[in-house]
Design a protein around this ligand. Structure first.
Ligand code: FAD
Length: 288
């Protein structure tokens, strides 16, 4: 299939891009890497009449540290996330997760902003952003607002983003030095979306977990922040019965579809398996 007809716009400023989206309303969509949007247009699951390409907007690119916050411009590619020395030292879970997305060709073009804005429960970055307590900087005709990743996702492909808003950047609090982290993803083959995946960030003092945050990918209509599971683990020393209770709490909030990746019961159980593996690796990596 080829996409339907559309008018291509290439603004050079954020203000111009927002004005284009505002003037064309529901008929317009931002275009970033195009690796989710164009396939959907080819399948006629999306048929925007106007594409507003964000690639020419310099303000949307780059990775920097602002006080205790990492700021990643929306059109930063997944490859640039992987290559960033700043992220490798401060937020290595981002690199670990990005390396599990699709394949190098897609990662060279696909952007982090497109990944979080898309609203596809199969995207890997949204659950990680919930785990990291990130917030998204949204820019629209009435200015800028910040929405927490934990509040952003409403249903599959439905988010807090208005049609005339653009995700300009992602803001992530710098985690404590010595934190443990892991992203575990089960997929049928290289390049596939997750059957189930789990992101874990934790800190330790000796054997005891002092904080624990968990996100789950592709086991519901939206990414999941497994708050209760993290609470159960905090204060524990990863005793087997506590881990089992935490995994059960995480599995209990899943509601996956039965599809080509397996029946719902299997995918729920795999979310638990991914979480167990991620917890073990994060715990081992954390400075005691
Ligand atoms: P686009 O496709 O350009 O846009 C996606 C959506 O977000 C569109 O609705 C667009 O209007 C909107 N949008 C884009 N940028 C913004 C913005 N800044 N503000 C507001 N709205 C915006 N992803 C994974 O996470 N894990 C995988 O395993 C995975 N496997 C893949 C395998 C294949 C074969 C393919 C083709 C893609 C795969 N992807 C996967 C998706 C890939 O990571 C996409 O690049 C990503 O989902 C979207 O980023 P993009 O820059 O390409 O966005």
């Amino acid at each position: 299939m080829i996409p339907g007809q559309f008018t291509y716009h290439r603004p050079s400023s954020l203000a111009e891009a927002v004005a284009l989206l505002a003037s064309h309303g529901d008929e317009a969509r931002p275009l970033a890497g195009g690796h989710s949007l164009i396939p959907m247009m080819k399948l006629r699951m999306a048929a925007p009449e106007h594409l507003v390409d964000l690639a020419g907007i310099a303000d949307l690119k780059g990775i920097c540290e602002d006080g205790g916050t990492i700021v990643i411009g929306a059109t930063t590619t997944q490859h640039e996330v992987i290559a960033s020395a700043l992220l490798a030292s401060k937020l290595p879970i981002l690199r670990e997760t990005a390396l599990l997305i699709a394949d190098p060709q897609i990662r060279y073009v696909g952007t982090i902003g497109g990944n979080v804005a898309n609203g596809d429960p199969g995207n890997d970055m949204p659950a990680l952003m919930q785990c990291l307590d990130a917030s998204y900087v949204l820019v629209g005709p009435s200015g800028e607002r910040h929405v927490a990743a934990r509040e952003f996702y409403e249903a599959a492909y439905f988010t807090a983003l208005s049609p005339d808003e653009i995700v300009a950047a992602i803001r992530i609090p710098v985690p404590a030095a010595g934190h443990g982290y892991a992203y575990e993803k089960l997929k049928r083959k290289v390049g596939d979306y997750a059957t189930a995946a789990a992101a874990v960030m934790l800190t330790r003092s000796g054997h005891q977990i002092t904080s624990c945050s968990i996100g789950l990918t592709n086991v519901a209509d939206t990414p999941l922040f497994a708050e209760e599971a993290g609470r159960i683990l905090t204060g524990s020393s990863m005793e087997a019965d506590v881990v089992t209770r935490a995994v059960a709490a995480a599995e209990a909030i899943t509601n996956p579809a039965s599809d080509g990746r397996g029946p719902a019961e299997y995918r729920t159980r795999m979310a638990g398996v991914m979480l167990r593996r991620a917890l073990a690796r994060a715990y081992d990596r954390a400075a005691a």
